[in-house]
Write a protein that binds this ligand. Sequence first.
Ligand SMILES: Nc1ncnc2c1ncn2[C@@H]1O[C@H](COP(=O)(O)OP(=O)(O)OP(=O)(O)O)[C@@H](O)[C@H]1O
Length: 336
Amino acid sequence: MRRAARPGRAAAVGLLLAARAVAGLEPISVGIAIAAASALTGYLSYTDLFCRFAECCLEEQRLNASALKLELEEKLFGQHLATEVILKALTGFKNNKNPKKPLTLSLHGWAGTGKNFVSQIVAENLHSKGLKSNFVHLFVSTLHFPHEQQIKLYQDQLQAWIRGNVSACASSVFIFDEMDKLHPGIIDAIKPFLDYYEQVDGVSFRKAIFIFLSNAGGDLITKIALDFWRAGRKREDIQLKDLEPVLSVGVFNNKHSGLWHSGLIDRNLIDYFIPFLPLEYRHVKMCVRAEMRARGSAIDEDVVTRVAEEMTFFPKSEKIYSDKGCKTVQSRLDFH
Ligand SMILES: Nc1ncnc2c1ncn2[C@@H]1O[C@H](COP(=O)(O)OP(=O)(O)OP(=O)(O)O)[C@@H](O)[C@H]1O
């Protein structure tokens, strides 16, 4: 809570200090003087002041849902379902003062369709430093847990890491990329934290957020999108209920899928399954323009078309979907 301003002698002293520093009368920096003035005048509490210089875990901070909505609508192309579900899931969770379990999101889809990109946007909307925040943790299966014979060690380290970080910041975010390549033993290690327990070893995990990314089901999602396209129906008309039965048979009840093995699904520990649709030629063009804008270059439609045309599209007969999504757009743009 911010303290109310307390004008008076302290304010006068603070302002005097700031004025002196600005005028170069004292060897203290303008920044320190302003901070001192703010603190003395009561505009900033000690916590506010501290959090200006060091990152703080603001557990009760509300989510700015309209900012997140705007960002997703502007930056994430061709993913109407993911946008809708992510918004709904995060708003509901962050508005709930007493969640019964941590929020668990499972993002599925073809390569380069925006799963990591969205995780980054979500992370930034929860903790302003995003992936660089001390409260956001990204794990990549093949990078962080590469050796099967070390599973026991990984399990212990991961549990200690999650426990330690959630005790330091209850609203910590954990992102697991390449979930379909993650050893079931590692998923077993995370499982106790995802459940409906009030506390595990004295720590409550109910305000944490776990995001799992995988390509599992990507081919099935693509098949549905293709069926819509072939039937002359709009991509935007695809609804969650069109995808759920297919994903449920192909991924969630498939005993060969890593996710099923781990028991995350049969114990209902995943709150939302979020499908990412394969990207079309027009979306690739949008990605190229976004990348040009990010580099501060003027949009050159000839280059946009050339980069998009260099990408490969499937199925062979119709060539509708980019096989790498927007993944190689950045590196291809370097050649133009
Ligand atoms: N739907 C999208 N809208 C806007 N940009 C996108 C989209 N999909 C991908 N991109 C761009 O392409 C880059 C690579 O995509 P991203 O890493 O998010 O793919 P992914 O789905 O996580 O792929 P993989 O399954 O291979 O890890 C992003 O950083 C972003 O710049």
